[in-house]
Design a protein around this ligand. Structure first.
Ligand code: FAD
Length: 571
């Protein structure tokens, strides 16, 4: 392997990497190598089982990254999971297929990324998707599933729909009735993937409805194409850093890797190196390659190739909590629900107008706090601009401000929930020049009080659901946290003890190599090329400039599809 040369090297055979590798290798005269640290999970039941969410956690296919002690959230550290396998995190995720509110993608353009808007991205959402019409699956009768054909793609690689494990006992309809009976109803939304997410929906999943197995990036973009002679995958191979051409300022000519037998070697790329190692790895690979903040790099003896201090800054994630209630009825354990509510600010907050005005006043102070907490590497004035866009999304465009997932199993109802668009921003940086050393990941969960307020208000909202008919009559007592732990009418401070002790990462880290104008602290330009390089791109969740209200994978697939077209156009 040591003297191999390829046109393109894709680092990371995950959700994004396999899209790019597949599309580039459609060109028969183009050779593509994918370097993947994990192995194949094609037959791993922890992956394929559609009811197996969580079974892969803590196994060899979970990177299980760890954060620093989270000082604004009670001090404990958090595990941020990510898939280490061909297919990446799509092999261990919750399979929810939910996009973004159109205005959120339009905001990517508002902040300075010309051409990145909902209208331009929608064709790529569709290009990646093979939607399975529920009408063809009689086992879905009673499940309440619905969709809008105009919003979906039917001939792409990723199978999306509902499988035979979907709950079909009428609960979906009862939950809908409950949402309609709230003081401020959350309207029924037939299809949350149309660009308008607000409302209650039965969402689709990345699933093979015929086989009832998980659909992941490898099943969609790799295995059906693995016989292409120009598409190569090195499994169990760890990428250590980019290597640079002699005499040229910043032109990559390959990647240093450690092979499965422990041998180190350099594999050459004649055209481009594309980092697709995920939001918690790609920025670290840039730093290991000399692209980043000279102060951080020099501490670890790494010579600066490109002075780009915002590599690894702007890290955003969401925080996930759960409430549980007794159920009067026993629900089947071999079925699962996919019920989501996306309330807007008016639907979640009883005092939305006053809250918005207060938040607007606080934004300059928030921006200053974030900048200072991150060592002023990102500038308060830039962060203020991001925050103002986010504020407008919440209070003018009325995007969802929370996500409420509800499920039923055995004699319990469970709800997972999170504020959709936290303002807190943290960072990720390397801890050592050793490429296998864990990075320093500090999301700064709950740094800003709006984030706690949204999280606490979502919990109050869930309590309201369980006080509203018909759900009120179907459920028993609240068991987590329970009224003796968090009293009825508790304020944010009283909720915070429960929230901080029980929250987890929502596993949606983004913006660690953000697509933003360079003068606003961007790491990649609108063609996803790293500023200052001639041929290095980042194509994964790292580049997303703002959080989306759906889950990440559908947008990750769409961005990677568009990236592949951009790369082809520019070659
Ligand atoms: P990944 O898919 O993680 O790909 C990165 C790849 O790079 C991996 O294969 C990794 O092994 C490889 N790699 C990393 N470092 C190296 C290295 N040095 N050398 C070689 N290879 C390397 N999203 C949804 O839409 N719906 C959900 O229900 C959902 N649930 C989730 C549940 C969990 C537990 C998690 C962790 C995430 C969830 N997400 C969900 C998020 C979503 O799956 C991810 O955001 C998305 O898959 C990320 O894609 P990516 O291409 O950025 O990275």
């Amino acid at each position: 392997k040591s003297d191999s040369t390829y046109d393109y090297i894709v680092v990371g055979g995950g959700t994004s990497g396999l899209v790019v590798a597949n599309r580039l290798s459609e060109q028969k005269d183009t050779t593509v190598l994918v370097i993947e640290a994990g192995g194949s999970v094609y037959n791993n039941p922890n992956v394929t089982n559609t009811l197996g969410y969580g079974q892969a956690f803590g196994t060899e296919i979970d990177w299980a990254y760890e954060t620093t002690a989270q000082e604004y959230a009670g001090g404990s550290s958090q595990v941020v999971r990510a898939g280490k396998a061909l297919g990446g995190t799509s092999t261990i995720n919750g399979m929810a297929y939910l996009r973004a509110q159109a205005a959120q993608i339009d905001a990517w353009e508002t902040i300075g990324n010309k051409g990145w808007n909902w209208k331009n991205l929608l064709p790529y959402f569709k290009k990646s998707e093979k939607f399975q019409d529920p009408a063809n699956y009689p086992f879905l009768e009673g499940s309440g599933v619905a969709f809008d054909p105009a919003s979906h793609g039917f001939t792409g690689p990723v199978k999306v729909g509902w499988s035979s494990t979907q709950l079909t006992d009428g609960l979906a309809q009862k939950l809908n009735a409950t949402y309609q009976h709230l003081d401020v109803p959350v309207p029924y939304n037939r299809d949350a993937n149309s660009g308008d997410m607000v409302g209650y929906s039965v969402y689709p999943k990345t699933v093979d409805a015929d086989l009832n197995i998980r659909e992941d990036a490898a099943r969609a973009y790799y295995y059906p194409y693995q016989n292409r002679t120009n598409l190569h995958v090195w499994l169990n191979t760890h990428a250590n850093k980019i290597t640079w051409k002699d005499g040229h300022e910043a032109t990559a000519d390959g990647v240093e890797v450690t092979l499965s037998n422990g041998e180190k070697t350099v594999v050459k790329a004649t055209r481009e190196v594309i980092l697709a190692a995920g939001a918690l790895k790609s920025p670290v690979l840039l730093e290991l390659s000399g692209v980043g903040n000279p102060q951080i790099l020099s501490k670890h003896g790494i010579a600066t190739k490109i002075n780009l201090p915002t590599v690894g800054e702007n890290l955003q994630d969401q925080m996930n909590n759960g409430l549980k209630f007794e159920s009067k009825k026993t629900h089947p354990s071999d079925k699962s629900a996919s019920y989501v509510a996306y309330p807007s600010a008016d639907q979640l907050f009883p005092n939305s107008t006053a809250l918005g005005a207060e938040l607007l006043r606080k934004l300059p102070a928030y921006a200053a706090q974030v900048a200072s907490a991150n060592g002023n590497i990102t500038k308060a004035r830039d962060i203020y601009r991001f925050f103002k866009v986010q504020y407008d999304l919440i209070f003018k465009d009325e995007i969802p401000v929370a996500e409420i997932l509800l499920s039923a199993s055995g004699a319990a109802y469970s709800s997972e929930y999170w504020g959709s668009v936290p303002f807190s921003r943290g960072s990720i940086h390397l801890s050592s020049a050793d490429p296998t050393a864990p990075a320093i990941i500090d999301p700064k969960y709950f740094m800003l009080d709006f984030d706690l307020h949204a999280q606490a208000q979502a919990a109050r909202f869930i309590r309201d659901i369980f006080k509203t008919e018909p759900f009120a009559d179907m459920a028993g007592a609240e068991t987590t946290p329970g009224l003796s732990t968090v009293a009825a009418g508790a304020d944010d401070k009283a909720w915070s003890t429960f929230i901080y002790s029980k929250y987890r990462s929502n596993f949606h880290p983004i913006t660690t190599a953000g697509m933003l104008p360079k003068e606003l602290g961007g790491v990649v330009d609108t063609s996803l090329k790293v500023y200052g390089t001639s041929n290095v791109r980042v194509v994964d969740a790292s580049v997303m400039p703002f959080q989306v209200c759906g889950h990440l994978q559908s947008t990750v697939y769409a961005v990677a599809e568009r990236a592949a077209d951009i790369i082809k156009e520019q070659q």
